[in-house]
Design a protein around this ligand. Structure first.
Ligand code: WTA
Length: 645
């Protein structure tokens, strides 16, 4: 066998839920009889009123609609909590590991249920009703999961904003979905450093008239301002609330959450996910992709501010009655062994993280890993960006002692759950490949004209047909949903990713083909960074592209043209980096700013990003045709003045 193929290890094959024959049989049925397949698997969750309609989907640009199980009713929080009480009430639902290694907590299903019911009642007492939008801006503390499930219990729609976003970004997201409540904490704690969440929230709320109530969790005890009549403490409102809160009966298509994500143009989009199909898909992928069985201790290192945290820390695992670990801290605090120490401390058997974390820990050498045991590990996972084979091999050999399969899971905020992935007991692995589609998923590669390509080839990745976890719309802007995903290639969902398919039918994601860049696994629209830059009074014009970065995957490279008369100084460069951090958040900090007296434009004024990308990549040989530029000499200037060129 090919040296670069890793067959299913014997120990895994013996116990795995799905072997290759079973995968092929189930996959075949899932695409040939999609309705029958999902009618059956939809029953993995509890319905209050059973569905009779499985699927009602159209990708026709004139009438895009996506509905699954739509005449059924259910409650997502009851599925994640109540239905487990009889059989596993005393089992740990959430292991919380604090930023400080001396702080951790085990929360049973019974306890989590009581906390969610109390907080759901407290939210109702604050006036939150079914259908209202609630913004959650919290660190990775148990209250984040409690708040999500409390919203789901009463039919409120949560919109989580990552704690690393600035007041401005928070404000924009709250305004877009007109949230009535904001749930935050005094401060966050990451790597021993405090994050001023309440102060950021106060600033954001200056421009958010829809928010009438703010609930504040005490995390650090740091001093915060409380606005009379608007702000209440979490511990006060839950102490006053009853632990009896019946779960609301909701339609399968009742909105569960909105999550903002970056696209190639404009402001971030509010991706809307609904209840029934999403939960079926999140729980089913969690079970099969991670080969989850009772007794496993499962740890996904994502933040609940991203979709991975929604589907694979909270909803998927809890729907499956799993034990899920929630980590407040960072991989390198108090030492670069932290991940492996936590694995030993809680006997983690399934570990799911991002390539950027692996690459940064790889740089620290093998010793910080090898001084820990990691004997409890059975399976490793990767998500968020392409994993380079070198990082894959290190993860496999050093972290997993060559014993644990790696599931490289490709998916998106829009897809709700994993679409392309190995199954541990079924799939031989190739480092760097997300391998094969999950049940019900039909990937296809198209050329620029939308012609489907067959066999071993490379093209733009589309998905034919729907799966239950698919997003339903862009909140408040269905037309943008249609335009973004269903008009480029008629009849298909367009992912925005490029992809190669090899002779074994394995898929290799090559990265975004649009103006979205992936920085440390975080999606960033180049247009967002550009509009932050041009908002600075000294900036006339800016163009932002991604470039290869050893740790982050991609870095942010900004070309900036200053207003006439302004001097390009080192101090101004620092000021602009700081400016973008305050406008968007630290994840958007430009890595490189190049002063550009002019930008390469066509005669009609369109910036030629292809050229800017090549210069940022230090790849001057392949600039392509520059003769259509209004002023070809700007290119030479950019090359000559490239920083560290
Ligand atoms: C990229 C994160 C290669 C891809 C779940 C996608 C990946 C974008 C992988 C979505 C992977 C995610 N291999 N690329 N295993 N997983 N991506 O919405 O470009 O934050 O379109 O969802 O990340 O990022 P998002």
């Amino acid at each position: 066998m090919d040296a670069n193929v890793f067959p299913v290890p014997e120990a895994i094959a013996k116990t795995a839920l799905i072997d290759n024959a079973k995968y092929l049989e189930m996959y075949d049925r899932s695409v040939k009889d999609s309705v029958g397949f999902w009618a059956e698997h939809g029953q993995r969750i509890d319905w209050i009123k059973p569905y009779t309609e499985v699927k009602d989907v159209s990708y026709d640009p004139h009438d895009v609609h996506i509905r699954w199980f739509h005449d059924g009713t259910l409650n997502v929080s009851a599925n994640c909590l109540d239905r487990h009480l009889a059989t596993r009430g005393d089992q740990t639902a959430i292991i919380w590991e604090g930023d400080d290694p001396s702080e951790s907590e085990n929360i049973t299903y019974r306890d989590l249920h009581a906390r969610v019911c109390r907080f759901a009642n407290a939210m109702k007492a604050q006036g939150v009703k079914k259908g209202d939008r609630v913004c959650i801006y919290l660190p990775m503390i148990p209250e984040a999961a409690v708040a999500m499930l409390a919203c789901a219990r009463i039919g409120a729609v949560h919109s989580i904003v990552f704690g690393g976003f600035s007041p401005d970004s928070l404000s924009n997201r709250i305004q877009d979905s007109e949230c009535v409540m904001l749930i935050t904490s005094d401060e966050g704690l990451r790597g021993g450093r405090k994050v001023p969440l309440k102060a950021n929230a106060d600033k954001a709320l200056e421009t958010c008239p829809s928010v009438t109530s703010v609930v504040v969790v005490k995390r650090t005890g740091g001093a915060v301002a409380m606005t009379e009549g608007r702000d209440v403490w979490y511990h006060d409102v839950v102490a006053a609330a009853s632990a009896d809160c019946p779960a609301e009966e909701l339609d399968a298509e009742h909105p569960l959450f909105i999550l903002y994500t970056s696209g190639s143009t404009g402001k971030p989009k509010g991706v809307l996910h609904t209840s029934g199909g999403y939960l079926v898909y999140a729980s089913m992928t969690h079970q099969y992709v991670f080969d989850y069985k009772d007794g496993d201790i499962y740890w996904c290192t994502a933040d609940v501010g991203w979709v991975t945290g929604h589907s694979y820390i909270v909803y998927g695992p809890l729907a499956n009655g799993a034990t899920t670990l929630m980590f407040e801290g960072v991989p390198n605090y108090p030492s670069v062994s932290r991940f492996w120490d936590v694995i030993d401390k809680h006997q983690v058997s399934i570990f799911y993280t991002a390539p950027t974390a692996i690459r940064s820990l790889m740089r620290e050498g093998e010793e910080p890993v090898q001084r820990t045991s990691r004997k409890s590990l059975r399976l490793l996972g990767s998500v968020g960006e392409p994993i380079n084979p070198e990082a894959w091999l290190w993860y496999h050999r050093v972290v997993g002692d060559s014993r644990c399969p790696i599931v490289d899971t490709w998916w998106q905020t829009e897809t709700g759950g994993i679409l392309i992935t190995p199954l541990p007991g079924a799939t031989a692995l190739k480092p760097g490949s997300a391998t094969r589609p999950f049940f019900g998923v039909v990937p296809l590669l198209v050329d620029a004209e939308g012609n489907e390509l067959s066999g071993a080839t490379e093209g733009n990745l589309c998905i034919a047909d729907s799966w239950p976890g698919q997003m339903r719309t862009v909140y408040g802007d269905h037309e943008r949903f249609v335009q973004t995903y269903f008009t480029t290639y008629k009849g298909y969902y367009f992912t925005g990713d490029g992809c190669r398919r090899d002779e074994d039918g394995y898929y290799w994601i090559t990265g975004r083909v649009d103006d979205v860049i992936n920085v440390s696994g975080h999606r960033m629209g180049t247009a967002e960074v550009e509009s932050a830059l041009v908002a600075h009074p000294k900036v006339a014009e800016a163009a932002v592209v991604g470039y290869p970065h050893d740790i982050k995957g991609q870095g942010i490279y900004a070309y900036v043209t200053l207003v006439a008369g302004e001097e390009p100084t080192e101090a101004l460069r620092k000021e602009l980096v700081g400016w973008v951090r305050t406008e968007i958040g630290p994840i958007a900090s430009p890595d490189v700013i190049q002063w550009a007296p002019g930008l390469p434009k066509t005669r009609s004024g369109k910036i030629m990003r292809r050229i800017l990308r090549k210069i940022a990549e230090n790849d001057f040989g392949a600039l392509g045709d520059t003769s259509t530029l209004a002023d070809p000499t700007v290119v030479d200037d950019l090359i000559d003045n490239r920083p560290d060129a």
